[in-house]
Design a protein around this ligand. Sequence first.
Ligand code: 7TS
Length: 403
Amino acid sequence: MNREIRDQFPILGREVNKRPLVYFDNAATTQKPERVIASLGHYYRSMNSNIHRGVHALSQEATEAYEGVRKQVAQFINASSHREIIFTRGTTESINLVASSFGKKFLAPGKEVLISAMEHHSNIVPWQMACEASGAQLKVIPVNDRGELMLEKLPSLLSPKTAIVAVTHISNALGTVNPVKEIIAMAQQHHIPVLLDGAQAIPHMEVDVQALGVDFYCFSSHKMYGPMGIGVLYGREGLLDQLPPYQGGGEMIEKVSFEHTSYNELPFRFEAGTPNVGDAIAFGEAMYFILETGYQKIAAHEKHLIEYTEEKLRQREGIRFVGSAKERAGVISFLVNNIHPYDIGMIMDKFGIAVRTGNHCAQPLMDQYGITGTIRISFAVYNTTEEVDQALKALDKAIDMLR
Ligand code: 7TS
């Protein structure tokens, strides 16, 4: 039992329906360690101030702390400069920023955007909107029955028409780890930029944007032990430099007159208005938590939990795994007989077990499998095999009741 890690997460001590909480909905959002919660409190108790504009001490302290986290993010993902790190509200906003700005500059009738069949809605809908606005067309890399991208189809989908490839690094619904290096290499042969939705990858594995050679990488703090409301868009500087601003307002300008406005330099050009200073600073603590725990330890522990759980599930009758890709991380998606996932989730909750049921914001993928949803167990570093045992006991009771 990883007591030292669990003790850092106060919420894990609470009860739900008079049972100890077992939190297996980490792909939706992870819980927060005390140091993240304390950092947020400390910011508002002792430092709160608007940044970049004040000569006074608080404003300077807050600015330094906020910009410090930007540099920390750059290091965390090995970006070549802090100018490539844009703070957003999260993955969804990061993708919308690119779809909107990149779309205005590079999408037009005759151009195509290539996504995959396993995308979260937030890597589908912004591109549909950009295509609608520009007259470009959306194309989709198919997924096989195991839940793997059909990479062999990629060469025929890439053409001079392709403006951008936007795919998820890890699927939130199936846990498939996509062969992103191969995808990027193929796109690069045609000089096509690649955006990766890293929301489900960066909580589980080290990400090096330069080693990947990726052009845009999007992620959310709240899925990696940090607060909600803050996330990152990494963009290669040479590409970001070419994009028009996303939102207009304060902070993103250099000089404003009624006749003409000139825009600020990177990264501020893409951060209109007062940013989420407090959550950014607390996000810094979340990254320290990950680094101090170590990705190797996180990945090894979660792999063990997945193998343990799958083995136990396999011993039961009527379990159908949804997604059996060779490379998987973070989540297990399954169905039991013909029982509706929602009913199982409801009963498990009565036993204090938090699992996610539904389509996981990936309706097109569920349509392909001919299902409306799955039961999804998703792990974080603080979960234990004892918790898995408790969850499976609750699952057995649910199956008994619903049979
Ligand atoms: N992309 C992927 C792959 C995701 O899993 C999610 C959220 C998002 C984008 C959107 O992130 P946000 O922070 O902007 O909301 N995924 C889930 C999930 O699996 N259950 O709840 C949210």
